[in-house]
Design a protein around this ligand. Structure first.
Ligand code: PXP
Length: 260
């Protein structure tokens, strides 16, 4: 099981003060030393955390493969094509969202996706599509010629947090998941079984399967045990823990849970 560490959240801290520190570039050697397999970053259209110069420096200097998340906006695809990271993960983007809220509508905006994928493939960049776990999405990803899919685990993480994270009656409770525990347990089981079934299906079709979003030290183990999921991309919880333990220890803790 491979671990991609999403280091955007370091740039989030920097941009909170709009100064030069902390610099996500300083994380590269620590992520590698801690045994992670990939650096993941997201160059958003609004550049709210990772900036163009971060992306350029990270791709140029990282000893680990770089997975650059991006939307299909032509300006962004041009930048990614020029930078030539190891992989581009195409994600949906809404300016007003706090973070990427759902998977791509792979069966919807096909012309933009096709154009972006063709341009990335021309530069020998492998392509992953960040999708919700549905049969139609994996079939569409295969038709579009993506090498990878990444399942959006946000819903699984939210249900898990409501069940086991003591969120009830806190400002972080998720109103649409304010449901009886029995119902939440069934939803969690269904979501997990969907990941298991669809990752096997996708893998049989020849797609490589990653997962990510909202995974953390509590909920990661079950997902990491699904044989057909090869890689997890995890950011927020690792950077949050690193405030107290340091980045290297936070990554070591995560790898132990994933591999243990
Ligand atoms: N994978 C993708 C495609 C993402 O957009 C994100 C969030 O930037 C992640 C993984 C990591 O999510 P988190 O920061 O919640 O661990």
């Amino acid at each position: 099981m491979l671990l991609g560490v999403n280091i955007d959240h370091i740039a989030v801290l920097r941009e909170a003060r709009r100064i030069a520190d902390p610099d996500p570039l300083d994380a590269l050697s620590i992520v590698k030393r801690a045994g992670a397999d990939q650096i993941t970053i997201h160059l958003r259209e609004d550049r709210r955390h990772i900036r163009d110069e971060d992306a350029a420096n990270i791709v140029r200097l990282s000893a680990l493969p770089v997975n650059l998340e991006c939307a299909t906006a032509p300006e962004i695809i041009d930048i990614v094509s020029d930078l030539r990271p190891h992989r581009a993960t195409i994600v949906p983007e809404k300016r007003e969202e706090v973070t990427t809220e759902g998977g791509l509508a792979v069966t919807g905006d096909q012309p933009a996706l096709k154009k972006a994928i063709a341009q990335l493939h021309e530069k020998e960049i492998e392509v992953s599509l960040f999708i919700d776990p549905t049969q139609e999405s994996i079939e569409a990803a295969l038709d579009l010629g993506a090498e990878w899919i990444e399942f959006h685990t946000g819903k699984y993480a939210n249900i898990y947090a409501m069940l086991y994270g003591n969120l009830g009656n806190t400002p972080y409770a998720i109103p649409e998941l304010d449901l009886p525990r029995k119902e939440l347990k069934k939803m969690l089981y269904d979501e997990f079984e969907t990941f298991r079934y669809l990752s096997a299906e996708a893998s049989k079709m020849g797609l490589r399967v990653a997962a990510g979003h909202g995974l953390n030290y509590q909920n990661v183990k079950a997902i990491a045990e699904i044989d057909w999921i090869e890689e997890l991309n995890i950011g927020q919880c690792i950077i949050a823990r690193s405030v107290y333990t340091g980045l290297e220890q936070a990554i070591l803790d995560m790898r132990e849970l994933m591999l243990g």
